[in-house]
Design a protein around this ligand. Structure first.
Ligand code: EPS
Length: 381
């Protein structure tokens, strides 16, 4: 009822707030025998971590996870897997003078409207801090889909403000290209078009110095995904992926394949034509184009899944704005907390995690209803 759980067979439940002791995830449904270490989790947690570069929030968190259950001798046992990530660098005093005011664009008002009570320290339960443990769960999901059928999820920044990256071949973008510039320096904005990446960093710097924030769009691509995952009606895989992405903070739009572009097309322009495919898929059928974004009728087609999410500019601003207080009296507000001038660079690992969780869930659902797994073979990468 309270919406703290997501997924059916690969099911995550999270608890925690931005300024409480920490955040925890319980993952149910993880098959036994998957090797997982703290070091494995740290790879993605470091990509999501606050304080990682000058263009993100300067809150400093180590984000080192602790396994509380479900792991023995480095492998999942098959029982519920619990992971805790402690908060260490809360600065709740930053929020004391806005405790009775509503930040424009933030969840403060609607949260208070619902509960009549609000943990004003940071974003409370609505904070992006909660996504720490989702990213940890995403690593487990990534391992499961990789080991089960060679599935892989890679996300990157496609757009910041008016700057749009040239990504001619989304399905061949690698995590290395997302994380590292051609000269070996970290790609702090996570855009695999190096020329546009540099301009994006400059734009975020300018906005940050002005006490403002800026939005953008992420693209997430899942490859090696077999045909046949998803359900034909309410649990269409596109519906679960949309919920997964919309459940992340600040997401205002999700589209896949040609997305809203389909509105102006004729059927004969939009249809992707089926063709024989001898790359090892089962059945050996593909499509000559991928406007459908890897999903037809709510079920994966075996073509890469391509999704985009529009992420709004961070609502908490150092810049002064007008607002009202809890008594509906006009006032002004300035946020002192440490905030991201642009959410996109840290959004990428969050989005990858949620997509991987949906794929892991639907894989387990497919296996329980239609297995054995030999019947479903991914295209080799
Ligand atoms: C956030 C507010 C800021 C961000 C935080 C997300 O934190 P604070 O509560 O300290 O002002 O730094 O992001 C993280 C700490 C994180 O780990 O992602 C918010 O309101 O969502």
């Amino acid at each position: 009822m309270a919406g703290n759980s997501f997924g059916q067979m690969f099911r995550i439940t999270t608890a925690g707030e931005s300024h409480g002791p920490g955040n925890v995830v319980i993952i149910d449904g993880v098959p036994p025998g998957i090797a997982i270490s703290v070091a494995d989790l740290m790879v993605d947690l470091n990509r999501r971590r606050p304080g990682q570069s000058r263009i993100v929030t300067q809150r400093q968190e180590a984000d080192e996870p602790e396994f509380l259950s479900g792991i023995f001798e480095g492998q999942t046992t098959g029982t519920s897997l619990a992971i805790l990530i402690r908060n260490q660098d809360q600065r709740s005093r930053d929020y004391s003078d806005i405790k009775d005011k509503y930040r424009p664009g933030h969840a403060d008002f609607t949260f208070d409207a619902k509960y009549g009570f609000r943990d004003y320290r940071g974003g409370g339960r609505s904070s992006a801090r909660e996504t720490t443990v989702r990213v940890a769960a995403g690593v487990v999901a990534k391992k499961l889909i990789e080991q089960s059928f060679g599935g892989c999820v890679v996300g990157y920044v496609k757009q910041i403000g008016d700057l749009v990256a040239e990504i001619p071949d989304p399905e061949n973008v690698t995590t290395d290209q997302v994380e590292t510039m051609p000269d070996g320096e970290p790609n702090i904005v996570r855009c695999p078009d190096p020329h546009t990446a540099e301009k994006m960093v400059q734009l975020i710097d300018t906005v940050r110095k002005d006490g403002d924030s800026i939005g953008g769009a992420a693209e997430i691509v899942a490859t090696g995904i077999p045909a046949g995952l998803g359900e034909p009606v309410f649990d269409k895989i596109k519906a679960d992926l949309a919920k997964a992405l919309f459940s992340l903070p600040a997401v205002l739009g999700v589209e896949y394949g040609v997305g809203f572009g389909c509105a102006t097309m004729l059927g004969s322009e939009n249809n992707d034509l089926f063709v024989p495919d001898d790359s090892g898929k089962k059945p050996p059928i593909g499509t000559s184009t991928n406007r459908h974004g890897g999903m037809l009728g709510g079920i994966t087609s075996g073509e890469p899944i391509i999704l985009r999410a529009a992420v709004k500019p961070t609502s908490s601003l150092p810049k002064e704005q007008t607002t009202v207080n809890r008594d509906a009296q006009p006032t002004t507000i300035q946020t002192k907390g440490r905030h991201d001038p642009c959410l996109l660079p840290r959004f990428i690992p969050m989005a990858e995690a949620m997509v991987a969780i949906v794929l892991a869930d639907h894989w387990l659902r497919w296996r329980s209803q239609c297995g054995p797994s030999e019947n479903l073979r991914a295209r080799p990468r």
